[in-house]
Design a protein around this ligand. Sequence first.
Ligand code: SF4
Length: 201
Amino acid sequence: MQRLRELSRRVEAVYGEIATTFSVYQQQRGLSCRTGCGECCLQPTIEATVLEMLPLALYLFDQGKAEQTLTQLETLTGPQGCFFYQKLSFDGKQGQCSVYQQRPSICRLFGAAGYRDKNGKTALSTCKIIKLDQAHAYQESLIALESDPPPLMIMAKEQVNELDYELGKQHLPINQALQQAIEKVLFKAWFSGGSDEQQSA
Ligand code: SF4
């Protein structure tokens, strides 16, 4: 269990770096998310690795909510948006993250990030809402791609996942990745004395 906690601390340290790198780029280029927008969290295509969900799984364990959350996750049927997204509008497009501090890497890249296109060149990925809301900033960012390239999504993800090959090798739907992370934490806790571990972080 101590190994998982140490690993989680290292993941969180990298999360701090990622958050800074991406938010600085997004703020400087005027490409931040619309306030209260939750369109990304609604998408069933969001993926994470078990490793990326480890800080959240340990947080739930320490809060005494791991078993309850696992039971709820097991009742989910079919692909759907993130379990931790709280809808605040009828259509669900407005909402908030209920585990913001523990959210995985992918959520720290929402807004604007770079990727390599099929020719190996850096390209800019943003959602259609940002392209519409901040059309001018988006165009200027495209023009400045070479002089001011966006930080790459793949680099951020690899920075985290290289911390543990086994837990970081497979990308799963976000709810499934969390389920497996909680199972891992509960399994380790069971072997190492259970509730005593909750306060030992
Ligand atoms: S963890 Fe939070 S930010 Fe990430 S998809 Fe879920 S609700 Fe959205």
